[in-house]
Design a protein around this ligand. Structure first.
Ligand code: SF4
Length: 175
């Protein structure tokens, strides 16, 4: 077992303590740096740092970052949710470590949607029917997961199908 124990710390985000969501840091009693490229491969990390190693991924709307000696989780409803996620992560870390010989480690983050590519598929009329001032703004928000394809009512069936195909490889990044 690679990760045996940790100490949990829960706090309100400093930027705005009135936010109801909690942040959590787990201080790890063991160094799990070696498993991080394997976690990146298996859990679909969208951001990866080589030195020092860290991986960030999304899980049910939470942003989770794993460092060799700490795990950060944001947007938690309560402490109970933090406990569930940390125990799930501990299980994942130990399971993936056990199976590491079957896994191809990954040392880079996930490819992200390209705004220039997205805009090519949009009507580019800046009609504002999506509630945004321009197609470019819509493209940026679509690329970040803040809008959905169907929120542009001006897309032709062919444009919509092409956009959906373009986004297929990014499903995990945008979830
Ligand atoms: S509704 Fe579509 S075409 Fe109109 S501004 Fe928004 S993205 Fe552009």
């Amino acid at each position: 077992m690679l990760l045996k124990s940790y100490r949990k710390e829960i706090f309100l985000p400093e930027c705005n303590p009135r936010f109801q969501s909690l942040h959590c840091i787990a201080h790890l009693d063991q160094d799990i740096g070696e498993v991080i490229p394997y976690l990146n491969s298996e859990l679909g990390g969208y951001q990866y740092t080589v030195d020092p190693p860290s991986v960030t991924f999304k899980h049910h709307g939470k942003l989770i970052t794993i460092h060799p000696r700490a795990i950060a989780v944001n947007a938690l409803n309560d402490e109970n949710e933090a406990d569930k996620i940390l125990e799930w992560l501990k299980g994942q870390i130990n399971d993936i470590w056990e199976r590491r010989h079957e896994i191809q480690p990954k040392f880079e983050g996930m490819k992200k949607p390209n705004i220039v590519e997205i805009i090519k598929y949009l009507p580019k009329t800046n009609c504002k029917k999506c509630g945004l001032p321009t197609c470019m703004v819509f493209a940026v928000q679509l690329g970040e997961g803040g809008r959905r394809i169907e929120q542009c009512p001006e897309l032709s069936p062919a444009q919509r199908a092409a956009l959906e195909k373009y986004f297929e490889p990014f499903a995990r990044y945008l979830e």
